[in-house]
Design a binder for this molecule. Structure first.
Ligand code: AMP
Length: 249
């Protein structure tokens, strides 16, 4: 079995995001970038399937500017076998990304494609579903457990208030939820080894896909500043304020 994992370069989740002064976007200058956390979970799951002997090869693909190769190398250090970088100047929106991933799927013919449920930069939660529609492959989204059995994969999905288990005929698409696994840390020797693993670079413009984003970002606003709190002298004052000011009692 070959597994294709799509990984996106995003702002590191530890970074406090700044909005540009003209509110046109998030300020990415001198900001630490990282592998999208849900994509890290996707890589971990693929590598575990390989370690269990279920999969033979794990290929990671990332779409975007040249710097995405850093995140491909991170995924290779976590245990993926080879990388594919689809290079374009701008980060594509979800539909363009899904169309490009469709071409990679056609070329690589994986039995399983694993994506994050969402990228934490735009919070779209769309690419896996769009890829499912474009390729006619069945999809198991928000996976908290993935079990491959013969020519199918059983996916336990986190749905509102419970779990749903679905069985998909391979080839299939899975998107990862937070509780699927806890990704490992890359060891120094594996980081060194990753530098020598194969990484193919292809121009997105050569893939026969219209690259124009159809979504225009109009403005970005930071969350409202929290106003300062007040100190109360005793419980009686607290209850009085909850009753008469906050009106929650
Ligand atoms: P989104 O639908 O944008 O929230 O992204 C969901 C998932 O799709 C991500 O976790 C990735 O697995 C994949 N994805 C989205 N954009 C890209 C990209 N530019 N390159 C590779 N994978 C991507």
């Amino acid at each position: 079995m070959k597994i294709l994992v799509a990984v996106k370069r995003v702002i590191d989740y530890n970074v406090k995001v700044r909005v540009k002064a003209d509110q046109s976007n998030v300020d990415l200058s001198n900001v630490k970038m990282a592998l999208n956390p849900f994509c890290e979970i996707a890589v971990e799951e693929a590598v575990r399937l390989k370690e269990k002997g279920v999969a033979e090869e794990v290929v990671v693909v990332s779409i975007g500017p040249k710097a995405c190769q850093e995140q491909i190398r991170t995924a290779l250090a976590l245990g993926a076998d080879r990388g594919v970088h689809i290079e374009c100047d701008e980060m594509p929106d979800s539909l363009v990304a899904a169309k490009l991933l469709k071409e990679v799927v056609a070329e690589e013919a994986p039995q399983l494609v694993i994506l994050g449920k969402q990228a934490i930069d735009s919070d779209n939660n769309q690419t896996g579903q769009m890829l499912g529609a474009l390729t006619d492959m069945p999809q198991g989204t928000f996976a908290s457990e993935v079990v491959v059995e013969g020519d199918s994969v059983q996916v336990t999905r986190e749905v509102d208030g419970g779990l749903q288990t679905v069985k998909l005929t391979l080839p299939a698409i899975v998107t990862t939820d937070l509780r699927l696994n806890e990704p490992r840390y890359a060891s120094l020797p594996n980081i060194m080894k990753a530098k020598r693993k194969p990484l193919d670079v292809k121009a997105a413009s050569d893939m026969g896909v219209e690259l124009t984003n159809n979504i225009e970002l109009l403005s970005v606003e930071p969350p409202a500043e929290r106003s300062a709190g007040v100190k109360v002298a005793d419980v009686a004052e607290l209850v009085e304020k909850l009753k008469n000011e906050a009106k929650v009692l």
